[in-house]
Design a protein around this ligand. Structure first.
Ligand code: TXA
Ligand code: MG
Length: 344
């Protein structure tokens, strides 16, 4: 394990980790979204090890991380003009673009697909590591199905004995993964809502983006469209009940309804917000952040889902959020993590 301060590390501190990547090994590293488990994207054997270590289903493709837009040409045989437009505006940042894969990219990366998902992370450690080694294929650095890691200790817990290096750069900024958009389809399709809001992408592109039911976390994706989205994900081992409402304007009435659901479950923890925590007196409360600042909720979410299992409760009950801005990503994660949904 290497501990690095993202704002003041020296390049030399990353050389051993870069060497591990170049030799086909695995390195976990921080990004601005969640921690990634990286291997040289062009080394098929190394990429295969990612699946083995995570217990990842072989039909779930992996995002390739680059440090400059020029690397798109290395990875892709066709980049749509819209992809360049978004990349030039928003990279480095939490946005992943689907392009057509070049023959150089092993099918292990794309799970047999002809497309490859690419992003440039806005994190100095990630960017430097890529620059010193290679384009890096990296899924989130968790055991498959578990909440994504937002702190070094989450990675240690899931993977420490199985990989060569873990770079701990502290808590990640956004706490939810990148937004994934398919610009090869017409109109563009949102494959996964993430840290970059879809409304902003629509504004830049000047067109509507299709948001399928699975991107809201409501249905399984057809395999051909979004292979990784059909798997249940992010789930604690403890049953998680998500209580949704169409209207969160009367928070007191909403919280009282959530409380009634929670009281049917024996020993429970409630995933609540700063505004609602006081309505759950007497129950265990995990406070996610403020509803006025969805960023704070997203950032706390995966750590909260991990903590649920440490509390020794029979069930956890989570509040819902409006599906606007970051709220869409938050609801996608909560729905996919939940074992049951209640609609008020
Ligand atoms: O923020 C992020 O995107 C983080 C950090 C580490 O960069 N990575 C991440 O990777 O979340 P992962 O593997 O947990 O999620 C990647 C998703 C998967 O659901 C996968 O199905 C989808 O991206 N994906 C990757 N390549 C694809 C492709 N060619 N077509 C469709 N979906 C793809
Ligand atoms: Mg993941």
């Amino acid at each position: 394990m290497i501990k690095l301060d993202p704002s003041s590390f020296a390049e030399s501190q990353l050389l051993p980790a870069a060497e591990v990547i170049r030799r086909g090994g695995l390195v976990a590293f921080p990004t601005e979204t969640v921690y990634g488990l990286g291997a040289d994207a062009l080394n098929e054997a190394a990429v295969r090890r990612i699946y083995a270590v995570k217990g990842r289903p072989p039909d779930n493709p992996i995002i390739v991380h680059v440090h400059e837009i020029g690397q798109l040409e290395l990875l892709s045989s066709y980049v749509p003009e819209k992809a360049y437009r978004l990349a030039e505006r928003l990279w480095p940042g939490p946005l992943t673009l689907l392009v057509r894969k070049s023959p150089r990219v092993p099918y292990a990366v794309t799970a047999g697909l002809e497309t490859v998902a690419v992003r440039m992370p806005a994190h100095p450690v990630a960017l430097k590591l890529i620059e010193l080694s290679a384009p890096i294929a990296a899924p989130s650095a968790n055991i498959s199905g578990r909440p994504s890691p937002t702190r070094g200790e989450h990675v240690v817990k899931d993977l420490s004995s199985k990989i060569e290096v873990i770079i701990d750069g502290g808590e990640t900024l956004y706490g939810v993964e990148s937004t994934i958009i398919d610009l090869l389809s017409e109109p563009p399709v949102l494959l996964r809502p993430g840290a970059y809001p879809v409304e902003e992408l629509e504004r830049i592109l000047g067109e509507k983006i299709r948001v399928p039911e699975f991107a809201r976390g409501l249905a399984e994706a057809a395999k051909a469209l979004a292979p990784g989205m059909k798997h249940r994900h992010y789930a604690p081992s403890t049953p998680l009940i998500l209580v949704e409402s169409k209207d969160y304007s009367d928070l007191e009435a909403y919280a009282r309804a959530v409380r009634r659901v929670a009281e049917g479950y024996g020993k429970v923890a409630v995933l609540a917000t700063k505004e609602t925590a006081r309505f759950y007196e007497g129950l265990k409360v995990i406070e996610l952040g403020s509803r006025k600042d969805p960023f704070s909720v997203a950032r706390a979410l995966f750590d909260a889902l991990r903590r649920v299992d440490e509390l020794g409760v029979d069930a956890a009950v989570a509040e819902g959020f409006e599906e606007r801005g970051l709220g869409l990503a938050i609801m996608n994660r909560l729905r996919r993590a939940s074992s049951r949904r209640v609609e008020l």
